[in-house]
Write a protein that binds this ligand. Structure first.
Ligand code: ADP
Ligand code: MG
Ligand code: MG
Length: 246
């Protein structure tokens, strides 16, 4: 599904990612851990096509297409979804109209019939109930004045509505209380199936109580310095990152 080969990324002429390789097949869950500043958010920003993240070398193929030629909205249409570490506020645009517009933008790109207001409301309310989100969050401006937990749940709601193929979650579990973490991971598990893949960036071992990843990677100074299975998470919890820095 996703093939990242020898990727080098710079931000403002500073080299951040260096010769990064990553291969993700349909249905796989990959966890990425690593110290602060190692380049985890740079990777998610690059995959989503954010400005200012310049690919200076290497390639990214998504479903065998050159992702680097696609605009952010085209990447979303192809099925890439990123829940950013710091979700953005959009004053003046209601969550409902934002979500409805986003759903129909990807449907249009995928040549699927547009979703009318009635079916949209039905689906969004069903998903909000699963995420235990109060209804009034639909009528408020996107993320404006939302608590940290509400913003993260709103990201998962977007993910549920857009039905992406590759879901990238950048520290969606940071700063959440235990109940909110359960709700977020439950939403993720609802979407987890044989075709959809996940990249989950996290600092927390407790993710393993909810999610069974196929691979765990450690990103350090812009490289993946180690990949393994879930036992790597336990090793990191015990030993920290120092033993991997080489
Ligand atoms: P992580 O998510 O692993 O904590 P980041 O990808 O956020 O790491 O950051 C990696 C490095 O790149 C850091 O040194 C950070 O300061 C730098 N960086 C990332 N984004 C920007 C940006 N937009 N402008 C300047 N520096 C950036
Ligand atoms: Mg960080
Ligand atoms: Mg980060």
């Amino acid at each position: 599904m996703l093939l990242v080969k020898n990727l080098n990324v710079s931000v403002k002429n500073i080299s951040i990612l260096k010769k990064l390789n990553l291969e993700i097949n349909p249905g796989e869950i990959h966890i990425i851990m690593g110290p602060n500043g190692s380049g985890k958010s740079t990777l998610s920003a690059t995959l989503s096509g954010q400005q200012n993240y310049t690919v200076t070398n290497g390639e990214i193929l998504f479903k065998n297409k050159n992702l680097l030629l696609l605009k952010p909205e085209e990447r979303a249409g192809e099925g890439i979804f990123v829940a950013f570490q710091h979700p953005v506020d959009i004053p003046g645009i209601s969550n409902q109209s934002f979500l409805h517009h986003a759903v129909n933008a990807v449907r249009k790109y995928r040549h699927q019939p547009l979703m009318d207001r009635f079916h949209f409301i039905q689906l969004v309310q069903k998903n909000m109930a699963l995420l235990k989100m109060p209804n009034d969050l639909l009528n408020r401006s996107v993320n404006v004045g939302f608590s940290g937990g509400e913003k993260k749940r709103n990201d998962i709601l977007q993910m549920m509505m857009l039905e992406p193929l590759l879901c990238i979650l950048d520290e969606t579990d940071s700063g959440l209380d235990i109940d909110a973490i359960k709700i977020v991971y439950n939403g993720l598990n609802i979407l987890n199936d044989k075709i959809r893949s996940f990249v989950i960036i996290t600092h927390y071992q407790r993710i393993l109580e909810y999610i069974k990843p196929n691979y765990v990677h450690v990103l350090h100074k812009g490289h993946i310095v180690k990949s393994g299975d879930i036992s790597l998470v336990k090793q990191l919890e015990e030993k920290g990152y120092g033993w991997l820095s080489g």
